[in-house]
Design a protein around this ligand. Structure first.
Ligand code: HEM
Ligand SMILES: [Ca+2]
Length: 694
């Protein structure tokens, strides 16, 4: 009898392990397109690339090359004559928070890595010192010597993807493509990172509470946490001239220190993760740290999606384009490629660069000028995390961006001089020009011209100046562009899209509304873990998630006690603000997990040192699946099964190894995570991650 039971158990255990493994393999190999949206895959092309030599040389690489009979104008000339502006008008509806969310979410969608190191591979030429086009240097030639004695600004070409595409034409298949280093999905990679290694480094594994690691050196004046510092010290961030060092912060996205508002948003989400993790632990005391972490992460991902799709995108492309290009959610579409497109990352979503204010205001509790911390010119906000730590935490900045108008997007005042004359990029000693970088990047990526994209979107081709005047907000700007470019087909897509008349209730013209709309639909419909997709959340959980908003997250994680109901909308203080007590906040009751009968019978599985377990259900059986932390090896049964009365085995042990083993850790293939929902033990409702996200 005992023999039989043992044999049965071990057979069951083996079968279980095989089933889990096969499930993961099937998932990975037989999903139609497992690499769609994954990190380190090419930005996809919606129109074929147009290289000067057909394959790799960017537009403008060979001097004297003519396009429609004319040379392309220098990006810096376009920047100075058309884009640069010493003043900015104010948006009368939206706050700066809308702009900052744009940048933050751009960093969840794409990161185009540039060739690193200053020396070229073949010749050893230093990209910081040469004005010649030598791969990977593609310097921005300048016609105004006041900015650079050298006559150019450095520019590093984006890294080519090692990838032969399945394009229909052989010529296209060998064309240079650019990489997206992060996951295209709106999956909060900006909080959690895009590789298992980065993700692990951001977690508080020692705390055994499913939280993210926080800064162990500094806290804010009320004891709230900051992001942890980067591991490699000293870091390149700017320092307080008078005080002790404050290093660069680390987060899921490496650009976190670029500006103070951006760092502020990252800090908010770190705190929100830890707040939710704590609340989940209070509700489900039996959950392991891993379960808490994964469930919290899933909630945070959903909130990123909701805030972006419900609160942000309609304001940017307008209600009509939202309806036309995106529409209501009708379920996961496995034929939809969710990858970021090249034109979106390199042109359309850079529309936001014209809405950046040249001043960051810092405000006190009454939303008035702060007594101690003055307003800052934009260039003083770059890579300066010390200003958060030493100058009052994130609140003065947050009040400043809620309480100040975004910059209006007008055709004759586009990019502030703070961005065209004093942009700082880490590891480049001289000031750069964001407008020139955007134009040069578009050429580096061989983006087709403005008219080709209009045709792609079904918009009228621009043939004459009169055609152009019809679609551009300002006649004199239309004339200037025609004068510089000489042919409408030559107009760079980023510029053409920027100057179009804005659609009603939007912050973009028809071209960018189309490109952003199509991209956002792809992010939503092509994501099988989209928060509304079947089986991802229960109805009650969805209803709670919908209560989430940026205003709620600000209330729950900062000292700010009064906010506008929608913080993206500019509201006068105090009349347009309401108390945080009146802001809806989700309760986590819908995540309360009733202990299954099996769990009652077998009891919560034993926790182990240096490892973790997750509960799952397979063929109606309750299973505890154990895994060890990095650097530890699992000895014993990786999975134990509840047979209705007791667990099939003792939990395994995690022993230290000098060299982390290549153990059968499914996280590299696909992380499985099943929470037993209240209704059915068999349903895999809580599966959160897939291989393409990490
Ligand atoms: C102070 C605010 C901002 C600064 C200083 C900034 C700066 C930059 C810089 C230096 C780049 C890389 C340029 C290149 O070499 O190609 C970049 C890329 C980009 N920016 Fe911004 N940006 C800001 C705000 C925004 C906003 C508000 C948005 C959108 C709403 C945005 C969207 C993007 C996108 C989509 C990219 C390309 C990302 C990639 O694929 O690598 N940025 N930005
Ligand atoms: Ca992402």
């Amino acid at each position: 009898m005992t023999f039989w039971r043992k044999t049965n158990d071990s057979v069951m255990h083996t079968l279980f392990c095989i089933a889990v493994f096969l499930d993961a393999l099937l998932d990975f190999f037989f999903r139609q397109n497992p690499l769609w949206g994954a990190a380190n895959t090419p930005l996809v092309r919606w129109l074929p690339a147009e290289y000067e030599d057909g394959e790799t040389e960017p537009k403008g690489w060979n001097q004297g090359r003519l396009y429609n009979g004319f040379q392309l104008p220098l990006p810096r000339e376009v920047s100075r004559k058309i884009l640069r502006s010493s003043s900015k008008e104010k948006d009368d509806v939206y706050s700066q928070l809308l702009v900052e969310w744009g940048q933050y979410i751009a960093h969840d969608i794409s990161f185009t890595p540039q060739s690193s190191g200053s020396a070229t591979f073949s010749t050893g030429v230093d990209c910081l010192a040469t004005c010649e086009n030598v791969h990977p240097c593609f310097p921005i030639q300048i016609d105004d010597t006041e900015c650079s004695a050298q006559g150019c600004m450095p520019f590093f070409r984006s890294i080519p993807a090692c990838y032969i595409s399945s394009a229909r034409h052989v010529g296209q298949a060998v064309q240079r493509q650019q990489l997206n280093a992060i996951t295209s999905f709106l999956d909060a990679s900006v909080v959690y990172g895009h590789t298992p290694k980065l993700e692990t480094s951001l977690r508080d594994l020692g705390g055994l509470n499913g939280k993210l690691a926080v800064n162990d050196q500094f806290k804010d004046p009320k004891g709230r946490p900051y992001l942890p510092f980067v591991a490699t010290l000293p870091s390149a961030c700017r320092q307080d001239p008078q005080g002790e060092r404050v290093e660069c912060f680390s987060a899921g996205d490496s650009r976190v220190n670029e500006g103070l508002p951006l760092t502020t948003l990252h800090t908010l989400w770190l705190r929100e993760h830890n707040r939710i993790a704590e609340a989940l632990k209070n509700i489900n005391g039996h959950w392991s740290p891993e379960t808490i972490y994964q469930e919290t992460r899933k909630i945070i991902g959903a909130l990123h999606q909701i805030i972006t799709m419900r609160d942000y995108v309609p304001k940017i492309i307008g209600p009509e384009s939202f309806e036309h290009y995106i529409g209501p959610f009708e379920g996961y579409d496995p034929t939809m490629d969710p990858s970021a497109s090249n034109v979106f990352a390199t042109a359309a979503f850079r529309f936001g660069h014209t809405t950046i204010s040249p001043i960051l205001r810092r405000l006190n509790e009454s939303f008035q000028k702060h007594e101690h911390f003055p307003h800052l010119r934009l260039h003083n906000t770059f890579f300066s995390p010390w200003r958060i730590v030493k100058e009052g935490g994130i609140e003065p900045i947050l009040r400043g961006i809620i309480g100040s108008a975004a910059s209006a997007h007008s055709a004759d005042m586009m990019l502030s001089e703070e961005l065209t004359e004093t942009l700082v990029v880490l590891n480049v000693p001289q000031h750069l020009d964001l407008a020139s970088l955007n134009l040069q990047r578009g050429r580096d990526h061989a983006l087709p011209g403005y008219n080709d994209w209009r045709t792609f979107c079904g918009l009228k081709t621009i043939k004459t100046l009169d055609d152009f005047k019809e679609v551009v907000r300002d006649d004199s700007v239309a004339k200037k562009i025609f004068k510089i470019y000489k042919h409408p087909d030559n107009i760079d897509v980023w510029l053409g899209g920027l100057v179009e008349n804005m659609l009603p209730g939007s912050r973009t013209g028809p071209l960018f509304a189309c490109l952003i709309g199509k991209q956002m639909k792809a992010h939503r419909d092509g994501d099988r873990f989209w928060w509304e997709a079947e089986g991802v959340f229960t109805q009650q959980q969805k209803a709670e998630l919908l209560k989430g908003s940026l205003s709620q997250i600000i209330c729950d994680n900062t000292d700010i006690r009064e906010v506008p109901p929608d913080s993206f909308r500019l509201r006068k203080y105090p009349s347009g603000h309401i108390s945080c007590d009146c802001i809806q906040s989700m309760t986590l009751e819908a995540w309360r997990e009733e202990k299954s009968q099996d769990l009652e019978q077998c009891g919560t599985p034993r926790t182990i040192k240096n490892g973790d377990f997750i509960l799952s259900s397979l063929s109606g059986k309750l299973v505890a699946q154990y895994s060890c932390y990095h650097g530890f090896k699992l000895r014993g049964a990786a999975a134990i099964v509840c047979d209705g009365k007791q667990w099939s085995d003792q939990p395994p042990q995690c022993t230290n190894v000098n060299h982390p083993p290549m153990s059968l850790n499914l996280s590299g293939i696909a992380k499985l995570h099943f929470i037993i929902p209240k209704s059915s033990k068999k349903h895999k409702a809580g599966r959160t991650l897939n291989a393409t996200h990490f």
